[in-house]
Design a protein around this ligand. Structure first.
Ligand code: IMP
Ligand code: MG
Length: 176
């Protein structure tokens, strides 16, 4: 179940997302961007982020899921790949949360093989304490402790993605 008050409220999220978008707009001034959103988790974050980005951009999506998350080698499945040609383009990869880093690292390496002129990463949440693979993150919304988060696109068992805020989720068995 979802515990107590939101970890981050709608307003806190919106303010931070706007700040990130402003930073991206400044860094890519005079350029064009290809924004690649990792679904499903980053759908809400991406839609809020891009509406504040001021440089011209195209949008693409990659649908990925990870299994065997305790295994540092990971097992990532790409269910649907990007359709844009990213060679010589400036790419911004958008992810909901970086935990072990395995998912993001896998997708990053895969995209780098297509020789973009640059590849930056924007993550909403960073669970740094759990990192197993060192992956460079250029823009980060919030650094969070090792708790399980739902809402604002993030799920537990594919549910709660529609919550407009970020909340801590505890399984029934973990409740005191
Ligand atoms: P990583 O490969 O271990 O970095 O895991 C990243 C993926 O696991 C994210 O894209 C999420 O889909 C999922 N994930 C990790 N932590 C959480 C969480 O606290 N809530 C919801 N999903 C999570
Ligand atoms: Mg997920």
């Amino acid at each position: 179940m979802i515990t107590g008050k939101p970890l981050y409220t709608v307003n806190q999220i919106q303010d931070r997302v706007k700040e990130l978008a402003d930073q991206v707009s400044r860094d890519f001034k005079g350029k064009e961007l290809v924004v690649i959103s990792i679904l499903k988790g980053a759908f809400m974050f991406t839609s809020d982020l891009v509406r504040h980005i001021k440089v011209p951009l195209t949008l693409d999506f990659i649908i990925a899921s990870s299994y065997l998350k305790t295994d540092s080698t990971g097992d990532i499945t790409i269910h649907s790949d990007i359709r844009e040609n990213i060679m010589d383009k400036d790419v911004l990869l958008v992810e909901d949360i970086i935990d072990s880093g395995v998912t993001l690292n896998y997708i990053r390496e895969r995209l780098l093989q297509r020789r973009p002129s640059s590849l930056k990463i924007c993550g909403l949440l960073d669970k740094r304490a759990r990192r197993e693979v060192d992956v460079p993150i250029d823009y980060i919304g919030f650094e969070i402790p090792d708790v399980f988060i739902v809402g604002y696109g993030l799920d537990y068992d594919n549910k709660y993605r529609n919550l407009p805020y970020l909340a801590v989720f505890k399984k029934e068995s973990e409740e005191g």
